[in-house]
Design a protein around this ligand. Sequence first.
Ligand code: NAD
Length: 468
Amino acid sequence: MQHFKLVIAGKAVEVARHADVLNPSTGEVVGQMPIATAADVELAIASAKASFPAWAAKTSAERAESLSAIAANIEAKSEELARLLTLEQGKPLCGLGSRFEIGGAVAWTRYTASLDLPVEVLQDTPEGRVELHRKPIGVVASITPWNWPVMIACWHIMPAIRTGNTVVIKPSPFTPLSTIRLAEIINEILPPGVVNIVTGENDLGAVLTTHPDIGKVVFTGSTPTGRKVMASAAATLKRLTLELGGNDAGIVLPDADPKAIAEGLFWGAFINNGQTCAALKRLYVHDSIYEQVCEALAAYASKVKVGDGLAEESVLGPLQNRMQFDIVSAYVRDAIEKGGRVLTGGAAGEGPGYFYPVTLIADIDHGADLVDKEQFGPALPIIRYTDLDDVIARANDNPAGLGGSVWSSNFDKAKAVATRLECGSVWINRHGAIQPNAPFGGVKQSGVGVEFGVEGLKELTTTQSVFV
Ligand code: NAD
């Protein structure tokens, strides 16, 4: 069993207390997470602050080179990282699991290296020249969740350091080990103090979000915690990017081909066992093809192998933790009590591990938790509709607004529906397929700001208008 340390000012820092991190497939101990004290967090912030002037003074090309070197170093250690991720998170090595996640982390890092924010000339006339400069903010706090811990850490860290900021990251206490290893790998490339990591319980988050030396918080997690982050950052008016929960709707139009869309619908909903912010969480299907879509989805689900993530044949693993397992179990029970028809799954077997079967619930409507709230697990409600305006209104009748999708054999018709959905990203004939050049973020209560691409990079900077 491995004993992990914090990384502060480029050094491994030992602490007095540790907590066991458990494998959700077996309940066995994977390794020991260091529990940082508030004093350790102070040290990490001070280290990031001290390294900021020199890092910010580097040229854009120098920082781009560092990011490319980090991408190569993550890639070189990708199998080791993927195994550690599977052990603590539960997701399989194969399919859309750990190897896929580490590959995504490398791709995002490389792409972020290639971006730039050069000085813009807004005016150059005899009356004067006006330039728009973008400057780093300072010390950025990154707070990450347990579902895609390595990839989301890279989404936070890479744009921050690309633009000249320094970072203190705090991962989720459920999955801290792969992020510690990531921070070690990053620190093999960077000057000491540019990226620091502190791990421990949730209370560390508040130390970061209230600290006067933190200029910006990038937070990915649940909407209730996002509200707390926003409130606690108010006293020092920090910049914020909040990537929060979703309850994405997918609408299947009557002209869709049920067999052709089944695989895309399935992985849109069940990627990472549904523990994905922009997964398909409510599926609306037109009455005329409702039964065919249910049948095609159930047929696809019956072929999916759920098991221990280390087994090469598994394509889905367990839920990550007891809390999420209990939420999914309760929402499915409630759906069945409210008349939902179980097409497959419906209840967990006996342990060990937080395994929950792929669950499809038909004949269900708004008013059930599985429809109204974020299940964040492998249970998809399938809702029948007849009227297009009504289904669009119902899809939008939710405080969340992260993603959405429309499924149809007619692209123009689908696009006309897609642009009426109230969400930050919308897909046609697929769901959740994010990419590093397209801004990603939530509207309504799914978040504030965007990540990815040039728009995402700008969020890690302040502007300065220079009048010459
Ligand atoms: P969570 O809100 O429980 O925890 C997220 C992080 O916040 C953890 O590191 C946690 O330790 C920390 N935290 C807890 N309390 C805090 C506080 N008071 N102040 C500061 N930090 C605090 O979320 P989770 O359960 O880890 O993740 C699942 C949620 O994340 C889901 O709702 C999911 O939709 C959302 N999510 C959103 C995106 C996105 O891009 N929009 C991506 C992934 C996950």
